[in-house]
Design a binder for this molecule. Structure first.
Ligand code: SAM
Length: 307
């Protein structure tokens, strides 16, 4: 089995650990809402003896990897794995309570977006650099795929998607070409789409593939990523014990904006924002890990006992 750090480097790890240590309180339980390859989970586990971990991921490959990574902890009944979108955790409340006892969870981390193994595996269809099926589902059992969007959605729907979720200012030219081409032959691979975008727009920004924002919009739509963040932060907070911490790492402006405004709204009734200023990676980390360049960490502390 490949070392988890060879597969995915956890971003803002030092900052996450510092916040937890600075908070002072002993943590008894940790819910990792986006387990990935367990980089954050392993390090947080080493801070507290006997920490109970609830490891959640909507990707079955992440769950299977985690079960191999934490065999000893499984044997000690100190970790459970839940294959689910974190938006569905309210339904798992009893399971979580049975595992950690009557108190709420001490700590929750949501490190949003895709993991490096998902991006690197051509078969998952996330990357415009690797040819694979036009898929982009983090949860392979869900219905909607990127190819369905590209092949079935109307011209207006595609334009609206690329503007709202990809922040592409004028997607019309690309959408016209998509609609023209799919009359002849449906899109089935990432190369099909990325070549079409590249030949339509050319390279405008050095180092940024012209398909970047189109692929981002498709991924966000397929996995309903923005909607899930918008609708789940309060449910995650409700799982915390008073004094418990919710840490969220986001990777692009639309996502970060949702976290920022949702935290502000929740601060009126449920607790305090601990990050008056958003936390970003150091220059050194950004140099070593490209993913860290856009990472933003915000932290919320649960105050009351309201459920
Ligand atoms: C950025 S990676 C997390 C990496 C992890 N912190 C580590 O250090 O290895 C994101 C992971 O979260 C999962 N994921 C993203 N959104 C999710 C959601 N709404 N519910 C459950 N899992 C999600 C993805 O499948 C992916 O495995």
């Amino acid at each position: 089995m490949k070392n988890n750090l060879e597969l995915h480097k956890p971003v803002l790890l030092a900052e996450v650990l510092k916040i937890i240590k600075d908070n002072g309180c002993e943590k008894k339980s940790y819910l990792d809402a986006t387990f990935g390859r367990g980089g954050h989970a392993l390090e947080i586990n080493s801070l507290f003896k006997g920490l109970k971990i609830i490891a959640v991921d909507q990707d079955i490959e992440a769950i299977e990897y985690g079960k191999k990574l934490f065999t000893d902890k499984i044997a000690q009944n100190e970790i459970i794995f839940i294959h689910s979108n974190f938006s569905g955790l309210t339904e798992q409340r009893d399971k979580i309570k049975n595992f950690i006892g009557k108190d709420g969870v001490s700590l929750i981390l949501a490190d949003l977006g895709v993991s490096s193994p998902q991006l690197d595996d051509a078969e998952r269809g996330f990357s415009f650099y690797k040819d694979g099926p036009l898929d982009m589902r983090m949860d392979s059992s869900s219905q909607l795929t990127a190819s369905e969007i590209i092949n079935e959605w109307s011209e207006e729907e595609l334009i609206s998607l690329f503007i709202t979720k990809g922040e592409v200012r004028r997607p019309q030219k690309v959408v016209n070409k998509i609609v023209e081409r799919r009359k002849e032959k449906k899109f089935s691979t990432t190369d099909d789409l990325s070549y079409l975008i590249e030949s339509t727009l050319g390279w405008r920004k050095k180092g940024q593939h012209p398909a970047t924002h189109f692929f981002l919009a498709l991924r966000l739509e397929v996995n309903q990523e923005l909607e899930v963040v918008e609708n789940s932060l309060e449910d995650l907070l409700n799982l915390l014990e008073p004094g418990g911490l919710l840490l969220v790492i986001s990777f692009h402006s639309l996502e970060d904006r949702i976290v920022k405004y949702k935290f502000k709204e929740l601060a009126e009734t449920k607790g305090n924002i601990l990050t008056k200023k958003v936390i970003q990676a150091t220059w050194d980390e950004k140099k070593k890990n490209k993913r860290a360049r856009s990472a933003k960490l915000r932290v919320f502390e649960r105050r009351d006992n309201v459920r």
